[in-house]
Design a protein around this ligand. Sequence first.
Ligand SMILES: [Zn+2]
Length: 396
Amino acid sequence: MAEQPNLSTPDGLESLVCHACGADSLSVFDQSRGLAAVTSDCRAWPASFLVAICPVCGLVQKVVDAAWRQSASRIYGSYDLYHQTPGRTEQVIFDQGSGLALPRSELMFGHFFRHRPLATSGTYLDLGCGTGPTLTAFSKLASGWQLFGYDPHLPDAQRVLAIPGVVEVFAGDLREISGKFDLITAVHVLEHVTEPLPFLQAMRSLMHADSRALIQIPHFPSSLFDLAIFDHCSHFTGSSISQLLAEAGLAIEAIDIELIPKEISIVVKRGEPHLTRPVGDQAESRAAVVSSIAWLCALQAQAIGVDTEHVGVFGTSIGANWLHGLLAERIEFFVDEDLSRQGQLYRGCPVLAPNAVPGRAQVLMPLPPVTAAQIRRRLGSLSADYLLPPGDTFIN
Ligand SMILES: [Zn+2]
């Protein structure tokens, strides 16, 4: 077990204000300064960050200061989601219920409409629509609906407007949108928002009494790289998101951390705002931060200490890119079981099938220990040295 991070307020930072509740006494985890960073669109990011927890509302968060904002703005200015997926479609999730591999949005809507019949017409607004994967999935389901998109950093309005059913796309300030919508989605948006309470309050003002909103966010205690994702400024638990929604006047109709692995899926409707600020339970969050930072530190130490000239990295997603920031040109190749990626170049290095890895190489596995152990067993007796990540197999 690595040394526990210190909890303190760093010198020179006069104001450490919680970006969810405004409390001005954030506790900082100093050890997070030494961690490598990666962006949510899977690029190594050469800047340090500071993880903190709010002693009032319990939200785990990045310290959002001028340097963080500057970096985040550069990240969004060059955002390239799904660059590693052929066709640039959205992430595919294995549905435990149906046994099918489905795009994330289809899985989310399928689950939602299983319990609530889809009306023949209505208005739908997707917050943080990007290039429109969620709008596209909804469009296939609901041909009689009017669709709207919103994104403060709208990358390609024409592409979104070309999706069948889309009437209008909005950019700029969310509070300037008028009218009410029957259904609203915010899929992987809230963890990026530096003022989440006003954002949720604005979302509430776009809902009538029968509206529903679907929110998806990472569940940080089960998502081992979440703290290292630079542009994620909030790291939610079931408890901390529930506090925030209550304060915004949104009533939870359903909350699920099983539907999509490592994510929290929530259905909300309009409720009454809480007049007093709810106090969050911090024990779970604090323990999750300590173990997450310790694991990332240990994984970094393992990678830096690899003693061979032939270094490979297993995978081509978030963990692999995080290691790419640490090791850069020391990486000779990537290894991926995905046939569509094998034989390609990735970050300037070849992507090899597991059985094509040279015998003298060492392959780092930046994956949760349970997953890495399963893969290692499945690969069987290959000659390369596959290095299991540090940690016990209970970390999944
Ligand atoms: Zn707070």
